[in-house]
Design a protein around this ligand. Structure first.
Ligand code: ZN
Length: 318
């Protein structure tokens, strides 16, 4: 067996998902373990190494068959150096994660932030395959983004471009976790939708949400679909903000395709209908007519397939 595989590692705050992936984007073997982020940076690094060993042991693939390793992790980070700068859900502070892995396995190793990695995955094996200019937006707990421009990943000056969740949408809006006011993330993320649902109950609004003990964006979307007026207002308002965020991206980048992924995109048609309407209203017609707005295809495996795609791309295999 030649070097016909790469390893993709999705390093998250709660779990590490590691897979051996072939050059066609097929997962050969996969392993998933808790991150144990609270136990410190060396423990987490060792757990990453443990997943590489275990996924190789489970399969017939040997380390000599691995062309490269790709890692996706939450930012901000420095992908050129392989350093995770700091992130709320992982213990790393200016920690170089790729050098120890390169040393152990003698395999080229690459790091990028989770949204860039998902963008690369969708562009390589998912909904944006074949496009030259694409924007990826993930809407779940937070909002993140990535861009492939002129066929290549656009990282920006400090490797942290496309922080779309912290684009100001309403200067008078609520306080965001980042310290700014009215960011897209605090107005249109799954967390924002859930928060507004809970606030509606606190304000004694007449809503079917009162039957739930725990309200997430899922319940708000569900009750909106069932005709609840309050939920429909929350959903429409939030998706309108998401639409503004995406319209701004379309106006800046003139992409062929915008891919929306993350938990909120699973609410389906309503998300895409509202976003497409807002883009149509706010962008030049030539831009909105030529830009497709599609759902992500890689879903639960977007992290590992994306990290594997990063490795394939950096090695100029694809
Ligand atoms: Zn923010």
């Amino acid at each position: 067996m030649d070097k016909k595989f790469v390893i993709g590692i999705d390093l998250g705050g709660t779990k590490i998902n590691t897979a051996i992936v072939d050059f066609q984007g097929n997962i050969i073997e996969q392993i998933n373990i808790p991150t144990l982020a609270s136990e410190g940076e060396n423990v987490v690094l060792n757990r990453v190494i443990q997943t590489i060993d275990e996924v190789l042991n489970k399969s017939e693939v040997k380390i000599k068959n691995i062309r490269a390793i790709g890692i996706g992790a939450p930012g901000p980070l420095n992908s050129k150096e392989g350093t995770i700068i700091t992130t709320p859900n992982l213990p790393f502070k200016n920690f170089n994660i790729i050098n120890p892995i390169k040393e152990i396995y003698n395999v080229n190793t690459y790091l990028d932030n989770d949204a860039n990695v998902a963008a690369i995955g969708e562009h390589t094996f998912g909904a944006a395959k074949g496009s030259n200019n694409m924007i990826y937006v993930t809407v779940s707990t937070g909002i993140g983004g990535g861009a492939i421009l002129n066929g290549g990943i656009y990282r920006g000056n400090t490797c942290n471009a496309l922080e779309v969740g912290h684009m100001t949408i309403d200067p008078k809006g609520p306080l965001c976790n980042c310290g700014n006011y009215g960011c897209a993330e605090v107005l249109a993320s799954g967390t924002a939708i859930a928060r507004q649902g809970r606030q509606a109950i606190e304000k004694k609004a007449i809503t079917s949400l009162t039957k739930y003990s725990n309200i997430t964006a899922y319940e708000v979307f569900k009750e909106a679909k069932n005709g609840d007026k309050v939920c429909n207002e929350i959903v429409n308002k939030s998706l309108n903000y998401l639409g503004i965020c995406i319209a701004n991206l379309v106006s800046i980048f003139d992409p062929e395709v915008v891919i929306i992924g993350g938990g909120v995109s699973k609410a389906g048609e309503i998300v895409f209908n509202v976003v497409k309407d807002v883009v149509k209203i706010r962008c030049f017609q030539i831009l909105s007519d030529s830009c497709r707005i599609l759902s992500a295809e890689l879903n639960a495996n977007s992290g590992v397939i994306g990290a594997a795609s990063l490795a394939l791309r950096e090695e100029n295999i694809l």
